[in-house]
Structures are given as structure tokens and as C-alpha cells.
Design a protein around this ligand. Structure first.
Ligand code: GSH
Length: 223
């Protein structure tokens, strides 16, 4: 472990990106341990000792092991208040911050279901066009309030960039594989805005190429 003792267990292109990006926003330098889902890395007993459901991200920090990206993002933002990336209890926009931070998982779970159907099932005949169609519609519905929000402001909070954006921003990068983003111009502008941040770019460089999407857009299959 590095001198500062921060170790991120990560899969390229997964929710661990949220944490890596936030660590860089905070000026922290984690050691990154990379895993490959397809090789079954997340099922090895050593990893399951860190993450009981065998999921990433896991963050080792301050002599603790944290899992759940939302919890990790909240922890990092609150233990580095000088960065000003989270409204603290009692401050304006605190409730909005928590709401949007966790809303990213509402969007994230829809993407996870679509990833399973469109990318990870070993045989295309196992896919359900009905389920895919429903989940794509639910994903588009979940993006609509964001489109309305970003028509009026640059970030999830009116006060500016926050840790909630690191939860949501990465999720949008996956969403574009399932929903046409030309339907969401304000959301597309937000996506471009956050992706231009140096910490986002650095996290991309650290992680390397995303491992599992093999095409730009996945249509709902006929059936
Ligand atoms: N709510 C959890 C979800 C974690 C999660 O499902 N991570 C995915 C990658 S994005 C994973 O590890 N999947 C491995 C698997 O399902 O086997 C979080 O936000 O950390």
C-alpha cells in the first residue's frame, strides 16, 4: 500500500470510476488494483473478504474497508471538507446533494440490467427483448429530470460541481450505449462539461480502455 494508504479495487469502466475520479478531484493518489469480471476475479476468496457481494468499488482508506460507491463518495467528500465538494449537514442544497448522489444508483441499476442483457449473457438467445425494451424506456424516463435540471444549471447543485456529479457523470457514459443522447441536449452538454475536467481525464488514463462494450449503441433486439 502507498504511504497515504489508499487502495482502490477497480474494474475499468465500472462504478469504481466514480471513486477514482473523485480521489483525483481531491488530489489523492490511490494504488489501483484492477480486476477482470469476465475472468471471475471478483469471486476469489481474498476479494470476497473485502466485498461480501463480490462487487467493485472497494476502497481501503484510513485503516477501513469501504464498499458501495455512494457510501465511499460521501465518506471521501465529508472527510475532505476543504475541497468543498459536499454541502455539510445544515448547509444549503444538502438534501439535493444526497438526493442526486443516490439517484445515480437508480440510473446505474437500469444500466446494470441492460449490461447483463446486452453484454454479459453468454448466448444472445438468452436475452429478453421485452425486458430490454422496458429497461430502455425506464432509463430514458430516469434521464428526463436531469435534462430539465441541466437546462437551468451547469451541475447537479446550483452552487457548482460536487461529489454528486462524480456519481452521476460516469453513469451517463454508460447510458449513452442504450439511449440516444441527441434527445437530451442539456444532458449531453453536462456530460461534455464534466468529461473535460482534468481529474476525469486522468481517471480515464489510469483505468485504460473500457473492457466490455463492443459497440457504440445497442438497439433493442426484435422479438
Ligand atoms: N450499489 C453498488 C453496486 C456495485 C456493483 O454492482 N458493481 C458492479 C460493477 S459496476 C460489479 O461489481 N459487478 C460484478 C458482478 O455483478 O459480479 C455500488 O454502487 O457500489
Amino acid at each position: 500500500m502507498r504511504a497515504d494508504g489508499i487502495r482502490l479495487h477497480s474494474v475499468a469502466g465500472s462504478r469504481s470510476f466514480r471513486v477514482l475520479w473523485l480521489l483525483y478531484e481531491l488530489g489523492l493518489e490511490p494504488e489501483v488494483i484492477s480486476y477482470d469480471i469476465a475472468k471471475g476475479d471478483l469471486r476469489n476468496p481474498e476479494f470476497l473478504g473485502l466485498s461480501p457481494a463480490g462487487r467493485v468499488p472497494v476502497l481501503e482508506i484510513d485503516r477501513q474497508v469501504l464498499f458501495e460507491s455512494g457510501a465511499i463518495v460521501e465518506y471521501l467528500a465529508e472527510t475532505h471538507p476543504q475541497a468543498g465538494l459536499a454541502p455539510m449537514p445544515g448547509e444549503p442544497e444538502r438534501a439535493k446533494y444526497l438526493t442526486w448522489l443516490h439517484y445515480a444508483e437508480t440510473v446505474g441499476v437500469l444500466i446494470q440490467n441492460l449490461n447483463l442483457q446486452q453484454v454479459f449473457l453468454p448466448d444472445p438467445s438468452m436475452r429478453s427483448p421485452t425486458v430490454i425494451g422496458i429497461e430502455v424506456k425506464r432509463l430514458a424516463i430516469s434521464l428526463k429530470p436531469l435534462e430539465r435540471l441541466f437546462a437551468a444549471q451547469d451541475y447537479l447543485l446550483a452552487r457548482g460541481f460536487s461529489a454528486a456529479d462524480t456519481m452521476m457523470g460516469f453513469t451517463l457514459e454508460s447510458a449513452r450505449h442504450y439511449v440516444h443522447f441527441d434527445r437530451f441536449p442539456a444532458l449531453s452538454a453536462y456530460k461534455a462539461r464534466i468529461e473535460a475536467r482534468p481529474a476525469y481525464q486522468r481517471a480515464l488514463e489510469t483505468e485504460g480502455l473500457q473492457q466490455f462494450y463492443d459497440r457504440e449503441f445497442y438497439e433493442v433486439p426484435e422479438g
